[in-house]
Ligand binder design. Structure first.
Ligand SMILES: O=C1C=c2cc(C(=O)O)[nH]c2=CC1=O
Length: 514
């Protein structure tokens, strides 16, 4: 959430997070890379438009008007420069002057070569074990951020992958209302509202950039899991990919996968919510996953089908009032999975993204914990690919992304919590290839897409029809032929008779016939 350089008592007291690009030049002499014209330290712009009435606790949560509870000045970078000290490039740009175009191609994980698959798995594992080079996480709310003595900032180092988990947790956590009071849970800065797609898009972009830097491989890209094949099996749950099922405990990952060794962060929700603390970097239990194993809820024992994706892409309006999980005819609520795939809201339905989460039936199905399972990355790249296709088809029509009165965190110009430097929903509402430096290699299903069983049925019916037509043709021919025969038989006799008669007549026309 915050750069390590800003997790200090003076920076927090001044409310200023404008780190030097070249600290060696002397403290404060190259803030935001100003010496090389890369950026300047400026006032933070934070959305102050009203949110919906669903959040009645204004003033009680650090995430309101993000990030003003912590900092009101930050780096504003010029041109294609970006990052907490303007030392990086905007997505889609590379090179020392950030003047070269860059494009990463996100591909289907199953289409990668064995070597590429292994590289991805190893890269995730490295991210799980590598301390984040720039960011640290707060372990206390802003009121207590300087510790009991008022001079000890309450931040911790965290690994690159666990940072990805923590940011998701922080966006969905409850609002602490005070000791002994129940925390308020009807709040979510990244789900059940218009920001769902933009928030998760930035979340992935951050991880991809962190992994590119970690690997020193600017073209590294996150693959996706096409969870809508209609096959109803986790086809990426194999030991060379996300890990097969453990044969001794069906809710665990096989010991042949590195992910069986992964331990979760942010497990102790009840403690954080009663004590008013935050998740820290301490790891706990293993990832749990039991795909299609929720016998109590048969509806979530299946995965979406290709037609579901085709149908949701027909919903042309981005979002609809009340801009929540009960919106109907909303593309966002449909792909998020609270509506049926045609866009009709139905409280009993779980589709697309939500259905894929719930199908995993374990860590990946619990919002506060789900990114601990690395399938989360793949599930969300596919969801983002659907969003990108929608942006392409409908010319990124943002007119129905509300400027105000959306659930808190979901107004169009709100800075997405808890990303740093501040980034609005609008900035992620753009086609990825032209604006964000990545693209997807996907063959989108059309409305006419059929499953294998449907293709077999259609082929059998077509074959029967053809055989029927051939029989009909043959019987018509036979009947026509026999009619011709019937008609020609008496004619011939007649003809002979007449011929004979005629012959006689011709021979002696005046002679009476005998
Ligand atoms: O991690 C998540 C888990 C989810 C469960 C549902 C649901 O519909 O019940 N939705 C989820 C979203 C997540 O992001």
């Amino acid at each position: 959430q915050f750069p390590r350089a800003c997790a200090s008592a003076p920076a927090l007291r001044n409310g200023e997070c404008c780190p030097d690009l070249r600290p060696a030049a002397g403290p404060g002499s190259d803030r935001c890379g100003a010496a090389s014209g890369r950026g300047r330290c400026e006032a933070v712009m934070a959305d102050s438009r009203p949110h919906s009435a669903g959040y009645p606790h204004d003033g009680r949560d650090d995430r309101e008007a993000w990030p003003l509870r912590f900092f009101n000045r930050t780096c504003r970078c010029a041109g294609n420069f970006a990052g907490h000290n303007c030392g990086a490039c905007r997505p889609g740009w590379a090179g020392p002057g950030c003047s070269q175009r860059a494009l990463a191609v996100r591909r289907n994980l199953l289409d990668l070569s064995a070597e590429e698959k292994n590289h991805f798995v190893q890269a995730l594992d490295m991210a799980k074990r590598t301390t984040h080079p720039q960011f640290v996480i707060a372990t206390r709310r802003s009121k207590e951020i300087l510790g009991e003595d008022g001079n000890t900032p309450q931040f911790e180092n965290i690994s690159i992958y666990n940072y990805f988990v923590w940011t998701h947790y922080y966006s969905v956590k409850k609002t602490f209302l005070g000791p002994g009071q129940e925390s308020f849970g009807e709040v979510d800065f990244s789900h059940e509202g218009p920001a769902f797609l933009t928030w998760h898009r930035y979340h992935l972009l951050q991880l991809e950039k962190d992994m590119q830097d970690m690997l020193q491989e600017p073209s590294f890209s996150l693959p996706y899991w096409d969870f809508a094949t209609g096959k109803n099996v986790c086809d990426v749950c194999t030991d060379d990919l996300m890990g097969a099922r453990n044969s001794f405990d069906s809710t665990l990952i096989s010991p042949n996968s590195v992910f069986s060794q992964w331990h979760m962060v942010c497990e102790s929700l009840e403690d954080y919510d009663t004590l008013g603390t935050l998740c820290n970097s301490t790891e706990g239990g293993p990832i749990r996953r039991n795909p299609a194993g929720n016998v109590a809820r048969p509806m979530v024992q299946r995965l979406p089908a290709p037609q579901d994706v085709a149908q949701c892409l027909e919903v042309g309006v981005f979002d609809t009032p009340p801009f929540y999980s009960n919106s109907t005819d909303s593309f966002r609520n449909t792909v998020e999975g609270y509506s049926d795939p045609t866009g009709k809201y139905d409280p009993a339905v779980r589709s697309l993204h939500n259905l894929a989460h719930l199908f995993l039936n374990g860590t990946g199905g619990q919002t506060h914990l789900s990114p601990n399972d690395p399938i989360f990355v793949l599930l969300h790249t596919f969801t983002d690919a659907i969003f990108d296709e929608w942006l392409r088809r409908y010319n990124a029509d943002i007119s129905t992304f509300p400027l105000e009165n959306a659930p808190i965190g979901h107004n169009r110009q709100f800075n997405m919590v808890p990303f740093w430097p501040p980034v609005t929903n609008t900035e992620m509402f753009v086609t990825a290839a032209d604006n964000l430096g990545y693209t997807y290699e996907v063959q989108w299903p059309t409305g006419q897409n059929f499953s294998i069983s449907e293709i077999v049925t259609i082929a059998v019916v077509a074959a029967l029809l053809l055989v029927g037509l051939i029989f009909l043709g043959i019987s018509c021919l036979i009947r026509a032929r026999s009619k011709m025969d019937e008609a020609s038989q008496p004619l011939l006799i007649d003809q002979y008779q007449h011929y004979d008669e005629g012959y006689e007549k011709v021979q002696n026309p005046n002679q009476p016939t005998v």
